[in-house]
Design a protein around this ligand. Structure first.
Ligand code: HGY
Ligand code: MN
Ligand code: MN
Length: 393
């Protein structure tokens, strides 16, 4: 698998390579204060707002080779193929690599695209820390960025006409349906929490069961409750995950005194998100009481569910039809930079199938011809938006 966490040497090498490719393709490359790499090709119509396309290059630990990278390289391929055909769009075209999309290192995802959409404040960068206690702001400064000038990364309304993102589906729907292209209609909301359970470390041999204040036992009960309550209160696509847990002191012969969980809940409907989160946190408080441990809840990233702009996804559908490719209109269970950008300009997403529905793991794979089909639809959508504008029904 690929581990390329934000603002690390792996990230730097990928950005340098990709930035060089963009430069060789004749694009003008810059990096904004939030760490977004923006490669721009001027258009034929002076002063026209830009059409942007891209994704992210950061990954989860031991992640796949397609999540994010496909959208970046696919957007660059559009610029190269337009140049090869000697074609120039009316609108300027921007290839964008967003910073810290995954949120793996600092817990706060969509960091670069939220900065570009004007939705990110400096306090979040100062409070979000990695496992070594380094804040996102410190890591960005060491990486050569200027988090203090975060506001300068925000694009003015009207500066961008539209944003498109090609991405692997990261699920099984397209492969199961035998369809080549997913037309994304909405992207789920993601609510994240850190739950700390504080009990009493004690001797594993002499501390009788009724005397224990076992933080890890309480944590285990919370994890099981999160799954049950989501199944009971949510809809078919509602999910809750505890993907990270830290235990102290972490010795085989010590009753755990401290446990820290990373909880995230996802749903396309904000009211259901709130109901599921409320039920899980209420149950966690009851469990803490029963296990006689303290519970601390820290709210993390709260990313709202977002519909994709109808004119954008209709342009994607039209592009696929013009290329005789079957499509499936579908929601995205994964979060994406497009859901930040949709707050700034009309945004659309194009999905290609994930083999076996697998993602965020080394087995993540998309057959080459399916990846190529996605790039062709991206390029055709770009041309449709360029010629007919975004308001074309
Ligand atoms: O976590 C996600 O949904 C995305 O892969 N960042
Ligand atoms: Mn992604
Ligand atoms: Mn991802």
């Amino acid at each position: 698998g690929i581990t390329r966490l934000s603002f690390t040497e792996e990230d730097r090498r990928a950005r340098e390579l990709f930035g060089r490719w963009c430069g060789e393709a004749g694009l003008n490359v810059r990096t904004d204060a939030a760490g977004n790499l923006i490669a721009r090709l001027e258009g034929a119509r002076p002063g026209a707002p830009a059409i942007a396309a891209g994704s992210h290059l950061d990954t989860v630990p031991r992640g796949g080779a397609f999540d994010g990278a496909l959208g970046c390289v696919g957007a660059l391929e559009c610029a190269q193929s337009l140049a090869a055909e000697g074609r120039r769009l009316a609108h300027p075209f921007e290839v964008v690599v967003f910073a810290e999309e995954e949120g793996t290192r600092f817990g706060s995802g969509l960091l670069g695209s939220r900065a570009m959409a004007g939705l990110l404040g400096l306090p979040e960068l100062e409070h979000s820390r990695d496992r070594e206690g380094i804040s996102a702001a410190q890591a960005m400064e060491r990486f050569g960025l200027q988090p203090q000038r975060l506001g300068s990364a925000a694009r003015r309304p009207g500066e961008l006409a539209a944003y498109l993102e090609l991405h692997v589906e990261q699920g099984p729907l397209l492969e199961n349906a035998g369809v080549g292209i997913g037309v994304v209609t909405e992207v789920v909301g993601i609510w994240r929490y850190t739950l700390r359970l504080l009990g009493q470390a004690n001797h594993a041999g002499t501390t009788r069961l009724p005397m224990r204040r076992d933080a890890l036992l309480a944590a285990a009960r919370v994890i099981v409750a999160a799954r049950r309550l989501t199944a009971e209160r949510g809809a078919e696509a509602s999910v809750a995950t505890v993907g990270q847990i830290a235990v102290e002191p972490g010795a085989v012969n010590v009753v755990p005194g401290r446990a820290e969980l990373a909880l995230e809940i996802r749903d396309a409907d904000e009211a259901r998100l709130s109901a599921i989160a409320g039920a899980i946190l209420a149950e966690a408080a009851c469990i803490a009481g029963e296990e006689r441990v303290e519970l601390e809840v820290q709210e993390g990233a709260r990313i709202a569910p977002v519909p994709m702009h109808a004119a954008a996804w209709r342009a994607v559908r039209r592009a696929a039809e013009q290329l005789d490719i079957t499509t499936l209109e579908m929601p995205s269970g994964a979060g994406h930079d497009a859901q930040s950008m949709a707050r700034l300009c009309p945004a659309g997403m194009i999905f290609v199938p994930s083999a076996g529905g697998l993602s965020h793991c080394p087995a993540e794979f998309t057959p080459w011809e399916q990846a190529e089909t996605g790039v062709r639809v991206l390029e055709r959508t770009l041309c449709i938006l360029d010629q007919r504008g975004i308001d074309e029904r």
